[in-house]
Design a protein around this ligand. Structure first.
Ligand SMILES: Cc1cc2nc3c(=O)[nH]c(=O)nc-3n(C[C@H](O)[C@H](O)[C@H](O)COP(=O)(O)OP(=O)(O)OC[C@H]3O[C@@H](n4cnc5c(N)ncnc54)[C@H](O)[C@@H]3O)c2cc1C
Length: 189
């Protein structure tokens, strides 16, 4: 792409955490980068004690198309009560930067590892956040009893707590088995 006075290597749309981190990384590698931002006002994520936000997941199956790679929230985000949004945004920027630096072939295949890593980490976190929602936000007698049983089982077998640890330490800091159907059934059964 050509701007009036130079050729651009990469255009980044959105100067949030993900876009800014990627822009810095690519500029340091010598690429010519244009960053476009629609707003000049920083938006507070949470404002006031009555503020709410939707506890939902948003995602797409494949964040890559010819000439385009989605990163950060644009590539999908989980219910924000699970956290990890900023570290995922920064990791996306790192993985895409590494892929761009690894080869001049910028076809969608060059970003296959990025897409697979992202899919796996979002699946793991979605598992954790669904558990969290059931554990923290079911205010019925059945919900209380389920929490009590689950806590007892976690005390007896600390490996059952690993899906919760993933929301603090990151989805790849705990083994894949922590997100199995068996763990789910033992925590909620
Ligand atoms: C209520 C709430 C609480 C959160 N708390 C945490 C937390 O405690 N810890 C944590 O790690 N994460 C948290 N997150 C998640 C975290 O804020 C996001 O995952 C992270 O900011 C994503 O960064 P991003 O760069 O992808 O997107 P953003 O930070 O949203 O940046 C996107 C940018 O793109 C710009 N833009 C959008 N469309 C266009 C366009 N068409 N043209 C040009 N510019 C455009 C926007 O103006 C914005 O500046 C929270 C999120 C919410 C909603």
């Amino acid at each position: 792409m050509k701007s009036p006075d130079r050729t651009l290597d990469v255009v980044i749309v959105g100067a949030g955490i993900a876009g800014s981190a990627l822009a810095i990384s690519l500029a340091r590698s010598g690429y010519s980068v244009l960053m476009l931002e629609k707003s000049t006002v920083h938006v507070d994520r949470v404002r006031g004690e009555c503020h709410g936000y939707p506890n939902h997941d948003v995602w797409i199956d494949h964040p890559v198309a010819p000439g385009i790679v989605l990163i950060g929230d644009a590539a999908g985000h989980n219910d924000p009560s699970g956290g990890q949004g900023i570290s995922i945004a920064l990791k996306d920027a790192r993985l895409v930067s590494e892929a761009l630096n690894a080869s001049k072939n910028w076809s969608p295949a060059a970003f296959a590892d990025y897409a697979a890593t992202r899919r796996e980490q979002m699946n793991r976190l979605r598992f954790s956040v669904r558990l969290l929602a059931i554990y923290r936000m079911e205010f019925t007698a059945t919900g209380r009893e389920r929490r009590r049983r689950g806590r007892e089982r976690m005390a007896a077998d600390p490996a059952l707590a690993l899906p919760f640890v993933a929301m603090q330490k990151g989805p790849f800091a705990v083994p894949r088995e922590a997100f199995s159907q068996e763990v789910w059934d033992r925590l909620l059964g």
